[in-house]
Design a protein around this ligand. Structure first.
Ligand SMILES: Cc1cc2nc3c(=O)[nH]c(=O)nc-3n(C[C@H](O)[C@H](O)[C@H](O)COP(=O)(O)O)c2cc1C
Length: 211
């Protein structure tokens, strides 16, 4: 089975018309649930994580950490067990699963006083976005999942207490929606977005008028 090209992805995203010119990659990235149950070369995963590594963060603290399993390796079944049943049902066909966790403490330069980080989630969200865009650029898609067993993940993945589990990500090659069970098949389409005028304001916040 071949990976889809960027042209194929563009076709799948044709209902997503940007309101202003943007690089096509932002529209081509989306979150499918139909994946081909194939393996992902380790070097492709490394490129995807490398893109995340270059995300910006407050004070360049880089609070993100990535814990991954490649399809079929010795960790795969544990990783699948850490997804909620809804996500497990489709993500079992992904080629890689990545848990993204963030450091809730800001390390001090001299290793003495650490303080809570105000931005670890925000920073790690930037890393997730870069990860997803790089996956799309390689012809894969990355689907974030908050539907995971947070406490169980902390325990089974040996995550130290100071780190917060943020999401898991399923990465793989898109498959035909026909491979999904009925209810999911219906939902297998790229979503649209709120118009820019309703989310960006000149000068001060503006609430939408009541309808
Ligand atoms: C933090 C986060 C958590 C999400 N959790 C789930 C999830 O548990 N299961 C799922 O199927 N999709 C999940 N999604 C996917 C979103 O529903 C999806 O990104 C959103 O509908 C926008 O669609 P798009 O990514 O296709 O553009 C999550 C996305 C994000 C960013």
């Amino acid at each position: 089975m071949n990976r889809p090209t960027l042209q194929d992805l563009s076709h799948a995203c044709r209902q997503r018309e940007p309101g202003h010119p943007v690089d096509p990659i932002f529209i081509q990235r989306w979150s499918p649930r139909a994946f081909q149950p194939t393996t992902l070369p380790r070097e492709h995963l490394q490129t995807i994580l490398e893109a995340a590594r270059w995300a910006p963060s407050a004070y360049n603290i880089q609070p993100w950490r990535f814990i991954y399993s490649l399809r079929g390796d010795e960790h795969w079944s544990v990783f699948l067990d850490l997804l909620d049943p809804f996500n497990r049902d489709w993500a079992c066909n992904a080629s890689a699963l990545v848990f993204i966790v963030s450091d809730t403490l800001v390390p001090s330069p001299d290793g003495t006083a650490e303080r809570p980080s105000q931005t670890h989630s925000f920073d790690t969200g930037a890393a997730w976005a870069q990860l997803a865009l790089q996956a799309t650029a390689l012809g894969y898609q990355a689907h974030a999942m908050a539907g995971i067993l947070f406490q169980e993940a902390t325990r089974r993945l040996s995550i130290p207490e100071r780190y917060q589990v943020q999401i898991a990500v399923a990465i793989g090659s898109q498959a035909s929606p026909a491979t999904l069970p009925g209810a999911l098949r219906e939902r297998e389409r790229p979503s649209s977005r709120l118009p820019l005028e309703t989310i960006s304001f000149g000068g001060e916040f503006q609430s939408l008028p009541e309808t």
